[in-house]
Design a protein around this ligand. Structure first.
Ligand code: PMV
Length: 355
Protein backbone atom coordinates (compact mmCIF):
# COMPACT_ATOMS: atom_id res chain seq x y z
CA UNK A 1 0.00 0.00 0.00
CA UNK A 2 1.30 3.45 -0.91
CA UNK A 3 0.68 5.94 1.88
CA UNK A 4 0.01 9.61 1.40
CA UNK A 5 1.99 9.91 -1.83
CA UNK A 6 0.59 13.33 -2.66
CA UNK A 7 2.49 14.89 0.27
CA UNK A 8 5.83 14.38 -1.42
CA UNK A 9 4.89 14.71 -5.07
CA UNK A 10 7.55 16.31 -7.21
CA UNK A 11 6.39 19.63 -8.59
CA UNK A 12 7.43 18.79 -12.13
CA UNK A 13 8.97 16.00 -14.15
CA UNK A 14 12.02 14.33 -12.67
CA UNK A 15 14.58 12.30 -14.54
CA UNK A 16 16.18 8.94 -14.07
CA UNK A 17 18.46 7.00 -16.42
CA UNK A 18 19.98 3.54 -16.26
CA UNK A 19 21.97 1.32 -18.53
CA UNK A 20 21.93 -2.46 -18.38
CA UNK A 21 23.78 -5.14 -20.35
CA UNK A 22 22.62 -8.29 -22.05
CA UNK A 23 23.62 -11.64 -20.57
CA UNK A 24 24.45 -15.05 -21.95
CA UNK A 25 23.13 -18.12 -20.15
CA UNK A 26 25.54 -20.97 -19.41
CA UNK A 27 22.79 -23.12 -17.88
CA UNK A 28 19.62 -22.26 -19.78
CA UNK A 29 16.27 -21.17 -18.43
CA UNK A 30 13.69 -22.87 -20.62
CA UNK A 31 10.08 -23.24 -19.54
CA UNK A 32 8.18 -21.19 -17.00
CA UNK A 33 5.15 -21.31 -14.75
CA UNK A 34 3.02 -18.99 -12.65
CA UNK A 35 4.08 -15.40 -12.84
CA UNK A 36 7.26 -15.62 -14.89
CA UNK A 37 8.81 -18.18 -12.57
CA UNK A 38 11.45 -20.41 -14.12
CA UNK A 39 10.93 -24.11 -14.60
CA UNK A 40 14.58 -24.66 -13.72
CA UNK A 41 17.54 -22.73 -12.28
CA UNK A 42 19.96 -20.93 -14.60
CA UNK A 43 23.38 -19.29 -14.55
CA UNK A 44 24.61 -16.52 -16.82
CA UNK A 45 27.50 -14.23 -17.58
CA UNK A 46 26.74 -10.52 -17.84
CA UNK A 47 28.12 -8.84 -20.95
CA UNK A 48 29.85 -5.53 -21.24
CA UNK A 49 29.29 -4.04 -24.70
CA UNK A 50 25.77 -5.18 -25.55
CA UNK A 51 23.97 -2.54 -23.54
CA UNK A 52 20.55 -0.84 -23.45
CA UNK A 53 20.08 2.64 -22.07
CA UNK A 54 16.81 3.91 -20.70
CA UNK A 55 15.98 7.46 -19.69
CA UNK A 56 12.69 8.30 -18.05
CA UNK A 57 11.06 11.63 -17.25
CA UNK A 58 8.33 10.98 -14.74
CA UNK A 59 5.72 12.85 -12.81
CA UNK A 60 3.21 11.95 -10.14
CA UNK A 61 1.16 15.07 -10.70
CA UNK A 62 -0.10 14.78 -14.23
CA UNK A 63 -3.73 13.85 -14.80
CA UNK A 64 -2.97 11.56 -17.70
CA UNK A 65 -1.29 8.46 -16.27
CA UNK A 66 0.86 5.84 -17.97
CA UNK A 67 3.47 6.04 -20.71
CA UNK A 68 2.68 9.12 -22.75
CA UNK A 69 5.65 8.88 -25.10
CA UNK A 70 8.18 6.24 -26.01
CA UNK A 71 11.15 6.90 -28.26
CA UNK A 72 13.35 4.02 -29.34
CA UNK A 73 16.59 5.24 -30.83
CA UNK A 74 15.03 8.67 -31.28
CA UNK A 75 11.89 7.42 -33.04
CA UNK A 76 8.41 6.91 -31.69
CA UNK A 77 7.74 3.20 -31.21
CA UNK A 78 4.12 2.39 -30.46
CA UNK A 79 4.71 -1.36 -30.32
CA UNK A 80 7.34 -1.11 -27.55
CA UNK A 81 5.22 1.52 -25.79
CA UNK A 82 2.23 -0.83 -25.70
CA UNK A 83 4.37 -3.69 -24.48
CA UNK A 84 5.77 -1.63 -21.61
CA UNK A 85 2.35 -0.24 -20.76
CA UNK A 86 0.84 -3.70 -20.48
CA UNK A 87 3.79 -4.75 -18.31
CA UNK A 88 3.10 -1.76 -16.02
CA UNK A 89 -0.62 -2.57 -15.92
CA UNK A 90 0.27 -6.10 -14.90
CA UNK A 91 2.52 -5.17 -11.94
CA UNK A 92 0.25 -2.66 -10.18
CA UNK A 93 -0.28 -5.05 -7.28
CA UNK A 94 3.43 -5.32 -6.48
CA UNK A 95 4.48 -1.90 -7.79
CA UNK A 96 1.66 0.47 -6.84
CA UNK A 97 3.37 3.48 -8.43
CA UNK A 98 2.63 1.87 -11.80
CA UNK A 99 -0.83 3.42 -11.85
CA UNK A 100 0.31 6.78 -10.46
CA UNK A 101 3.13 7.63 -12.80
CA UNK A 102 3.17 9.59 -16.02
CA UNK A 103 6.20 8.49 -18.00
CA UNK A 104 8.12 9.76 -21.00
CA UNK A 105 10.65 7.11 -22.00
CA UNK A 106 13.66 7.12 -24.30
CA UNK A 107 15.53 3.92 -24.95
CA UNK A 108 18.47 2.89 -27.11
CA UNK A 109 20.85 -0.02 -27.62
CA UNK A 110 24.58 0.24 -28.06
CA UNK A 111 24.51 -2.83 -30.28
CA UNK A 112 22.74 -3.01 -33.61
CA UNK A 113 19.03 -3.68 -33.18
CA UNK A 114 19.11 -6.13 -36.05
CA UNK A 115 22.25 -7.97 -34.94
CA UNK A 116 20.25 -10.96 -33.82
CA UNK A 117 21.11 -10.49 -30.15
CA UNK A 118 18.16 -10.55 -27.80
CA UNK A 119 17.83 -7.01 -26.49
CA UNK A 120 14.86 -7.67 -24.22
CA UNK A 121 17.06 -8.72 -21.28
CA UNK A 122 19.14 -5.52 -21.39
CA UNK A 123 16.21 -3.21 -22.22
CA UNK A 124 13.97 -4.61 -19.51
CA UNK A 125 16.77 -4.64 -16.92
CA UNK A 126 17.45 -0.95 -17.66
CA UNK A 127 13.74 -0.05 -17.52
CA UNK A 128 13.16 -2.01 -14.30
CA UNK A 129 16.18 -0.41 -12.64
CA UNK A 130 14.65 2.98 -13.42
CA UNK A 131 11.35 1.86 -11.89
CA UNK A 132 13.09 0.59 -8.76
CA UNK A 133 14.96 3.90 -8.45
CA UNK A 134 11.77 5.94 -8.81
CA UNK A 135 10.31 3.80 -6.06
CA UNK A 136 13.39 4.26 -3.92
CA UNK A 137 13.09 8.03 -4.29
CA UNK A 138 9.52 7.69 -3.03
CA UNK A 139 10.46 5.21 -0.36
CA UNK A 140 9.04 7.18 2.54
CA UNK A 141 5.78 6.26 0.85
CA UNK A 142 6.25 2.53 1.11
CA UNK A 143 5.11 0.36 3.95
CA UNK A 144 7.73 -1.23 6.16
CA UNK A 145 7.17 -4.65 4.60
CA UNK A 146 7.82 -3.30 1.11
CA UNK A 147 10.88 -1.40 2.32
CA UNK A 148 12.48 -4.21 4.20
CA UNK A 149 11.60 -6.91 1.67
CA UNK A 150 14.65 -6.56 -0.52
CA UNK A 151 17.64 -4.47 -1.30
CA UNK A 152 17.56 -2.24 -4.35
CA UNK A 153 19.16 -4.70 -6.77
CA UNK A 154 16.93 -7.50 -5.64
CA UNK A 155 13.89 -5.29 -6.17
CA UNK A 156 15.17 -4.35 -9.65
CA UNK A 157 15.68 -8.03 -10.38
CA UNK A 158 12.13 -8.93 -9.35
CA UNK A 159 10.71 -6.18 -11.55
CA UNK A 160 12.98 -7.18 -14.44
CA UNK A 161 11.92 -10.84 -14.15
CA UNK A 162 8.29 -9.87 -14.49
CA UNK A 163 9.15 -7.97 -17.68
CA UNK A 164 11.30 -10.65 -19.31
CA UNK A 165 12.59 -13.67 -17.38
CA UNK A 166 16.27 -13.63 -18.24
CA UNK A 167 16.40 -9.82 -17.67
CA UNK A 168 16.49 -10.46 -13.91
CA UNK A 169 20.08 -11.74 -14.28
CA UNK A 170 21.30 -8.62 -16.14
CA UNK A 171 21.02 -6.52 -12.99
CA UNK A 172 24.21 -8.08 -11.61
CA UNK A 173 27.74 -7.92 -12.92
CA UNK A 174 29.94 -10.92 -13.69
CA UNK A 175 27.82 -14.02 -13.05
CA UNK A 176 24.24 -14.34 -11.88
CA UNK A 177 22.21 -17.28 -10.63
CA UNK A 178 18.45 -17.40 -10.92
CA UNK A 179 16.13 -20.05 -9.59
CA UNK A 180 15.88 -22.25 -6.59
CA UNK A 181 18.14 -25.24 -6.77
CA UNK A 182 17.59 -28.62 -5.17
CA UNK A 183 20.23 -27.84 -2.56
CA UNK A 184 18.19 -24.81 -1.54
CA UNK A 185 20.25 -21.93 -2.88
CA UNK A 186 18.72 -19.19 -4.95
CA UNK A 187 15.24 -17.89 -5.52
CA UNK A 188 12.75 -18.19 -8.38
CA UNK A 189 11.68 -14.58 -7.78
CA UNK A 190 15.00 -12.83 -8.41
CA UNK A 191 18.57 -13.45 -9.46
CA UNK A 192 21.59 -13.12 -7.23
CA UNK A 193 25.29 -12.64 -7.91
CA UNK A 194 27.55 -15.67 -8.08
CA UNK A 195 30.89 -14.49 -6.75
CA UNK A 196 32.69 -17.48 -5.33
CA UNK A 197 34.58 -18.14 -8.53
CA UNK A 198 38.14 -19.14 -9.26
CA UNK A 199 40.23 -16.20 -10.51
CA UNK A 200 40.61 -17.92 -13.89
CA UNK A 201 36.91 -17.24 -14.47
CA UNK A 202 37.11 -13.54 -13.66
CA UNK A 203 37.99 -12.57 -17.21
CA UNK A 204 35.98 -14.43 -19.82
CA UNK A 205 35.22 -13.22 -23.32
CA UNK A 206 32.14 -13.83 -25.45
CA UNK A 207 32.58 -13.35 -29.19
CA UNK A 208 29.07 -13.37 -30.59
CA UNK A 209 29.10 -14.90 -34.07
CA UNK A 210 26.06 -13.49 -35.84
CA UNK A 211 24.94 -16.14 -38.30
CA UNK A 212 21.65 -14.47 -39.01
CA UNK A 213 20.18 -11.19 -37.83
CA UNK A 214 16.69 -11.99 -39.09
CA UNK A 215 13.64 -12.16 -36.83
CA UNK A 216 13.17 -15.58 -35.21
CA UNK A 217 10.37 -17.80 -36.47
CA UNK A 218 9.38 -18.78 -32.94
CA UNK A 219 9.48 -16.32 -30.06
CA UNK A 220 11.05 -17.43 -26.79
CA UNK A 221 7.65 -16.99 -25.05
CA UNK A 222 6.15 -19.58 -27.37
CA UNK A 223 9.17 -21.84 -26.86
CA UNK A 224 8.85 -21.57 -23.06
CA UNK A 225 5.15 -22.43 -23.22
CA UNK A 226 5.86 -25.62 -25.17
CA UNK A 227 7.78 -26.93 -22.17
CA UNK A 228 4.54 -27.20 -20.16
CA UNK A 229 3.57 -30.36 -21.97
CA UNK A 230 7.01 -31.44 -23.10
CA UNK A 231 7.67 -35.16 -22.96
CA UNK A 232 11.14 -34.54 -21.46
CA UNK A 233 10.03 -31.88 -18.94
CA UNK A 234 10.96 -33.78 -15.77
CA UNK A 235 14.21 -35.10 -17.20
CA UNK A 236 15.19 -31.59 -18.29
CA UNK A 237 14.47 -30.17 -14.84
CA UNK A 238 16.62 -32.84 -13.27
CA UNK A 239 19.42 -32.25 -15.78
CA UNK A 240 19.39 -28.47 -15.23
CA UNK A 241 19.73 -28.91 -11.46
CA UNK A 242 22.62 -31.35 -11.94
CA UNK A 243 24.30 -29.05 -14.47
CA UNK A 244 23.96 -26.12 -12.07
CA UNK A 245 25.59 -28.13 -9.31
CA UNK A 246 28.44 -29.24 -11.56
CA UNK A 247 29.11 -25.93 -13.34
CA UNK A 248 29.13 -23.98 -10.07
CA UNK A 249 31.65 -26.45 -8.65
CA UNK A 250 33.77 -26.30 -11.82
CA UNK A 251 33.81 -22.50 -11.79
CA UNK A 252 34.80 -22.50 -8.13
CA UNK A 253 37.77 -24.76 -8.73
CA UNK A 254 38.81 -23.24 -12.05
CA UNK A 255 38.04 -26.34 -14.12
CA UNK A 256 37.59 -25.18 -17.72
CA UNK A 257 37.13 -28.66 -19.13
CA UNK A 258 34.09 -29.56 -17.03
CA UNK A 259 32.75 -26.02 -17.40
CA UNK A 260 33.03 -26.25 -21.19
CA UNK A 261 31.45 -29.68 -21.38
CA UNK A 262 28.43 -28.47 -19.43
CA UNK A 263 28.26 -25.25 -21.45
CA UNK A 264 28.07 -27.11 -24.75
CA UNK A 265 25.75 -29.78 -23.43
CA UNK A 266 23.35 -27.06 -22.21
CA UNK A 267 23.48 -25.29 -25.57
CA UNK A 268 22.66 -28.44 -27.50
CA UNK A 269 20.09 -29.62 -24.95
CA UNK A 270 18.19 -26.38 -25.52
CA UNK A 271 18.16 -27.06 -29.28
CA UNK A 272 17.14 -30.68 -28.63
CA UNK A 273 14.22 -29.51 -26.47
CA UNK A 274 13.04 -27.31 -29.34
CA UNK A 275 13.40 -30.11 -31.86
CA UNK A 276 11.39 -32.44 -29.63
CA UNK A 277 8.68 -29.90 -28.73
CA UNK A 278 5.24 -30.35 -30.20
CA UNK A 279 5.06 -28.86 -32.77
CA UNK A 280 8.81 -29.17 -33.22
CA UNK A 281 11.04 -26.36 -34.39
CA UNK A 282 14.66 -25.72 -35.21
CA UNK A 283 16.40 -22.36 -34.87
CA UNK A 284 19.95 -23.39 -35.82
CA UNK A 285 21.08 -22.61 -39.36
CA UNK A 286 23.50 -24.64 -41.50
CA UNK A 287 26.25 -22.13 -40.71
CA UNK A 288 25.63 -22.54 -36.96
CA UNK A 289 26.56 -26.23 -37.27
CA UNK A 290 29.53 -25.40 -39.43
CA UNK A 291 30.81 -22.97 -36.79
CA UNK A 292 30.34 -25.54 -34.04
CA UNK A 293 32.42 -28.06 -35.99
CA UNK A 294 35.17 -25.51 -36.66
CA UNK A 295 35.26 -24.49 -32.99
CA UNK A 296 35.58 -28.11 -31.90
CA UNK A 297 38.40 -28.87 -34.28
CA UNK A 298 40.23 -25.65 -33.30
CA UNK A 299 39.96 -26.69 -29.65
CA UNK A 300 41.26 -30.15 -30.44
CA UNK A 301 44.23 -28.93 -32.43
CA UNK A 302 45.29 -26.09 -30.09
CA UNK A 303 44.10 -27.33 -26.68
CA UNK A 304 42.77 -23.82 -26.09
CA UNK A 305 39.73 -23.73 -23.73
CA UNK A 306 37.33 -22.31 -26.31
CA UNK A 307 33.71 -23.44 -25.95
CA UNK A 308 30.43 -22.50 -27.60
CA UNK A 309 26.95 -21.82 -26.40
CA UNK A 310 23.74 -20.98 -28.28
CA UNK A 311 20.44 -19.45 -27.17
CA UNK A 312 17.09 -19.59 -28.92
CA UNK A 313 18.47 -18.61 -32.32
CA UNK A 314 21.18 -19.44 -34.84
CA UNK A 315 23.97 -17.26 -33.42
CA UNK A 316 26.93 -18.86 -31.73
CA UNK A 317 28.59 -17.45 -28.62
CA UNK A 318 32.25 -18.33 -28.33
CA UNK A 319 33.36 -18.32 -24.68
CA UNK A 320 37.07 -18.22 -23.78
CA UNK A 321 39.51 -16.70 -21.29
CA UNK A 322 40.73 -13.18 -22.05
CA UNK A 323 44.37 -14.18 -21.87
CA UNK A 324 44.04 -16.01 -25.22
CA UNK A 325 41.89 -13.33 -26.86
CA UNK A 326 44.40 -12.27 -29.50
CA UNK A 327 44.86 -15.81 -30.73
CA UNK A 328 41.12 -16.55 -30.70
CA UNK A 329 40.22 -13.33 -32.52
CA UNK A 330 42.72 -14.33 -35.23
CA UNK A 331 41.07 -17.73 -35.50
CA UNK A 332 37.62 -16.11 -35.72
CA UNK A 333 38.68 -13.66 -38.41
CA UNK A 334 40.48 -16.30 -40.42
CA UNK A 335 38.14 -19.28 -40.14
CA UNK A 336 34.76 -18.30 -38.72
CA UNK A 337 33.95 -14.88 -40.12
CA UNK A 338 33.29 -16.20 -43.65
CA UNK A 339 30.26 -18.05 -42.21
CA UNK A 340 28.90 -15.07 -40.25
CA UNK A 341 27.18 -11.80 -41.03
CA UNK A 342 29.31 -10.14 -38.39
CA UNK A 343 30.94 -10.71 -35.00
CA UNK A 344 30.67 -8.74 -31.76
CA UNK A 345 33.66 -9.22 -29.46
CA UNK A 346 32.21 -8.79 -26.00
CA UNK A 347 33.33 -9.81 -22.52
CA UNK A 348 32.25 -10.12 -18.92
CA UNK A 349 30.73 -6.90 -17.60
CA UNK A 350 29.49 -5.02 -14.58
CA UNK A 351 25.69 -5.13 -14.64
CA UNK A 352 23.09 -2.38 -14.48
CA UNK A 353 24.18 1.09 -13.40
CA UNK A 354 22.74 4.55 -13.07
CA UNK A 355 23.72 7.10 -15.71
O1 PMV B 1 13.99 -14.22 -21.01
P1 PMV B 1 13.39 -14.89 -22.19
O2 PMV B 1 11.94 -15.14 -21.97
O3 PMV B 1 13.69 -14.16 -23.46
O4 PMV B 1 14.04 -16.35 -22.32
C1 PMV B 1 15.39 -16.54 -22.56
C2 PMV B 1 15.71 -17.97 -22.75
C3 PMV B 1 17.12 -18.31 -23.19
O5 PMV B 1 17.80 -17.18 -23.65
C4 PMV B 1 17.05 -19.31 -24.31
C5 PMV B 1 17.91 -18.96 -22.07
C6 PMV B 1 18.35 -18.06 -20.95
O6 PMV B 1 18.44 -18.56 -19.82
O7 PMV B 1 18.65 -16.87 -21.18
Amino acid sequence: MVKNWKASMPSSYEKIAYQAPSNIAFVKYWGKHGRQLPMNPSLSMTLSKCISKCEISYSLQEKKKGIISFLFEGKENILFQKRLQSYLDGIEDIYPLASELTLKIQSENTFPHSAGIASSASAMAAFSSCLAKIEERQKTLLTASQRSANDFKRRSSVLARLASGSACRSIYGQYALWGKTKWNEGSDEYASPFTEIHHDFLKLCDSVLIVSSGVKEISSSLGHSMMNTHLYKEVREHQAHENMRMIVAAMKRGDYKTFGEILESEALTLQALMMTSFPSFLLLAPNSIRLIELIKSYRKSTDNPVYFTVDAGPNIHLIYPKKIKKEVVNFITRELLPFCETVIHDEIGVGAREL
